[in-house]
Design a protein around this ligand. Structure first.
Ligand code: SF4
Length: 209
């Protein structure tokens, strides 16, 4: 049983799988409180659902990919049962906030992790578990949301001080200038992708898309 905030079909709007149609399962609850959080509605609202109901819903969506997001999905113990069930038939993307260990997340080819590393503007950067970087592999990626120069410098420092073997995404905080970020990345010769939030470009702040 997991507590579910919402489910919907849309395209992935962030990260290296941007644009892929996915069935989203947003689980309730988060252990962090980022200053710029855009899913505060997921902190408490939701209903308890059986794993089999979610697997059926994912199947009915007809989509190959399922994104398990939040909130923070890994704070619910039964999320692992959900992942194990889904990964047999689907490509599973788990969006996690970087403060919870991902050691127990299965490493099958069909399971992909989008690992946030929170920057100072979130107010939550001290909660990160950097040992999570050691558990990432092919098909996983790291994402930094960059709001200002302090965030950018912090992200650069993290990349310099850690052996990040997977793709890295710099995502401008919604409402900030992506061109500035692109110019900085080029100027500094960083091997990262600068990507906007596609779903917000299309639908703005609308929920459930
Ligand atoms: S980790 Fe995600 S859901 Fe939790 S407070 Fe931060 S942005 Fe919001």
């Amino acid at each position: 049983m997991v507590k579910v905030n919402e489910m919907f079909s849309s395209i992935q709007g962030e990260g290296i799988y941007m644009g892929i149609p996915m069935f989203f399962i947003r689980l309730t609850g988060c252990n962090l409180r980022c200053k710029w959080c855009d899913t505060t509605y997921a902190f408490y609202e939701g209903k308890d659902m059986e794993i089999s109901e979610l697997v059926d819903a994912a199947e009915e969506s007809g989509l190959k990919w399922v994104c398990i997001t939040g909130g923070e999905p890994l704070i619910q113990d039964d999320v692992y049962s959900l992942i194990y069930r889904l990964m047999e038939e689907k490509e599973v993307l788990i969006e996690t906030n970087g403060s919870i260990s991902i050691e127990e997340v299965p490493t099958e080819d069909s399971v992909h992790v989008a690992l946030d590393i929170k920057t100072p503007s979130s107010g939550m950067h001290k909660a990160m578990k950097f040992e999570n970087l050691d558990y990432l592999g092919t098909g996983d990626f790291v994402k930094f949301v960059i709001m200002d120069l302090a965030d950018y410098d912090y992200a650069r420092k993290v990349l310099k001080e850690n052996d990040v073997k997977v793709e890295t995404v710099f995502q401008p905080a919604w409402g900030t200038d992506i061109r500035w970020l692109i110019e900085k990345v080029i100027e500094d010769g960083l091997n990262v992708r600068v990507l906007p939030q596609l779903h917000k470009m299309i639908w703005g702040e609308k929920r459930g898309v």
